[in-house]
Design a protein around this ligand. Sequence first.
Ligand SMILES: *[C@@H]1O[C@H](CO)[C@@H](O)[C@H](O)[C@H]1NC(C)=O
Length: 220
Amino acid sequence: MLVSLLFFLVPAVLQGTNAVTYSVTNNAATSPGGQKFTNQIGLGYTKQALSSSADFILRTFQQNNQADKKNVQQVSLFIDNMSGVAYTSGNQIHASARYIQSYSGDVKREFTGVLYHEMAHVWQWSNGAPGGLIEGIADFVRLKAGYAPSHWVQPGKGDKWDQGYDVTARFLDYCNSLRNGFVAQLNKKMRNGYSASFFNDLLGKSVDQLWSEYKAKYQT
Ligand SMILES: *[C@@H]1O[C@H](CO)[C@@H](O)[C@H](O)[C@H]1NC(C)=O
């Protein structure tokens, strides 16, 4: 009786603070990309990587309390026969089997990097923010997790701060170097909408000024 009680209680206590469940479904299992997913990445690895990425993201965003987080119960990932790389809609991540098939390098590492980016979309606050900033924060997460791919631009590159993806991720990394935790604070402020003044609030300079100084730093 006691043993069976412990059996039920211990998992409940361990889950307590971050009771998110993860599911992975390969909808393209018969396609070449779906088979490559099975052979070189796998359902078990992906489920583990989803869980690890969520922990990393919540640490990066400094969302330690339930009240700071989105109320996410379940994240589902699907491998689909579709074009593109991946997208996230609410708590559903869709990854392209065709992209997995066509990727010629270390596909497990690339897939993991994509997963960190998409999982950031699940947890980040993005209400009313510029699309380029939303994508930049997701790629900042990927960068900090150590999964920046070699085809990304180098620091200092790009035409504008909110160009998105790698360009904005590199700029945010610069801003974060001026104030540790900057991206976490920015994300927190974005919970109820976006204002360009958030950059002034946190770093004492406008985003345009910060972009100029960033570009100047890397000018050769
Ligand atoms: C994947 O989608 C393409 C385009 O819609 C289709 O031609 C192809 O047959 C699909 N492959 C599989 C395995 O379903």
